[in-house]
Ligand binder design. Structure first.
Ligand SMILES: *Cc1c(COP(=O)(O)O)cnc(C)c1O
Length: 334
């Protein structure tokens, strides 16, 4: 038990702790750094993924408010939507998903799982996701339902608590295994994972660095500093929920924007090579949108010696291999 459990309601959805283990064959092939992996692909919520941790707090909040349905949003291959649909099924709630994509999106990968999990899909333009969620919630209230709206990616102060708790989990595993890390590298998008890890690292006295690899193109009107501010806002919201006085600043957020490739959800050669490399050296599957890109960035940083061979580095696998099936043609037909 961490302070986090005592401070906020939590419902058990994920299989925790997720394994932490070395990647010996890949480490040897690269000649260092010593690589480890945190297996949030194994959280067990309709496969796995990082949103399972956030949903333990978000769904508990929904239950506390007496909600009978949840509404959230994402792209057609959203891991967040898939895990929310699974969590709702497990807890006996209805799930409405606002999908920012064409109505005729192929029913493959995560979108197929959303359907199997009995989520109701509402297709809209990516820019219209927020207003569509608001309108749906109003419609439901008018029908006498009690909806609970979860923001895109589950990224707010409540959701990020999942990653504060995750840092306590990691710290205990490091203690047992007699390990520490110079860096932790992970895919970053709506910011809740990074915010929670930042706060957790501060609470646990972690001395290494946390490097988020940005997966999304920045919208034209949003600058990098705005995005860092969003991470900080979430971290500070979570800190407040825990009654912790520290406030973060944007310059403390380490986010790399050099690996956006062809844009959000576009599988390029870097992602493909990273997926093949980890699959063939360690038998572990990465996903096409998030972890393939973040792991490709890590491999590139190692190759360029931006990460030194003597370091010990943790890659936090955030779990998105279910989307691979939506990218079959890009992955094999070359
Ligand atoms: C959502 C997601 C992320 C990013 O997490 P945020 O909290 O949105 O930054 C990373 N990896 C995977 C697989 C995801 O689904």
């Amino acid at each position: 038990m961490t302070d986090v459990d005592n401070a906020q309601p939590r419902v058990s959805l994920a299989q925790l702790p997720t394994p932490l283990h070395p990647l010996p064959r890949l480490t040897e092939a690269l000649g260092g750094p010593q690589l480890y992996i945190k297996r949030d692909d194994l959280t067990g919520l309709a496969t796995g993924g990082n949103k399972s941790r956030k949903l333990e707090f978000l769904m508990a909040a929904a239950q506390r408010e007496g909600a009978d349905c949840v509404i959230t949003a994402g792209g057609p291959q959203s891991n967040h939507c898939r895990q929310t649909a699974a969590a709702a099924a497990q807890l006996g709630m209805k799930c409405h998903l606002v999908i920012g994509g064409p109505k005729d999106s192929p029913v493959l990968g995560n979108l197929l799982l959303d359907v199997l999990l009995d989520a109701t899909l509402h297709f809209t333009a990516k820019e219209a996701r927020e207003e569509t969620m608001t309108r749906l919630a109003a419609d439901m209230r008018a029908q006498g339902r009690v909806p609970y709206v979860i923001p895109v990616g589950g990224s707010n102060g409540v959701g990020a608590l999942g990653f504060v708790a995750a840092f306590f989990e990691l710290t205990e595993q490091m203690r047992v295994q007699g390990l520490t890390f110079d860096r932790i590298v992970f895919a970053s998008s709506s910011g809740g994972t990074q915010a929670g890890l930042m706060l957790g690292a501060a609470l646990c006295g972690f001395r290494g660095s946390l490097l988020g690899i940005s997966i999304d193109n920045l919208p034209d009107e949003v600058s990098e500093s705005k995005y860092r501010e969003a991470v900080v806002r979430i971290a500070n919201e979570s800190a407040q929920l825990l009654g912790y006085g520290r406030r973060f600043e944007a310059r403390e957020v380490l986010l790399n924007y050099d690996y956006l490739g062809g844009g959000y959800g576009v599988l390029g050669e870097r992602e493909r090579q990273a997926i093949l490399r980890l699959a063939r050296s360690e038998g572990i599957l990465l996903g096409p949108v998030y972890t393939g890109r973040a792991f490709g960035a890590l491999l590139d940083a190692i190759q360029r010696r931006m990460i030194e061979p003597h370091e010990r580095v943790l890659f936090w696998h955030t779990g998105d291999e279910t989307a691979l099936h939506g990218y079959a043609s890009e992955l094999v037909a070359r």
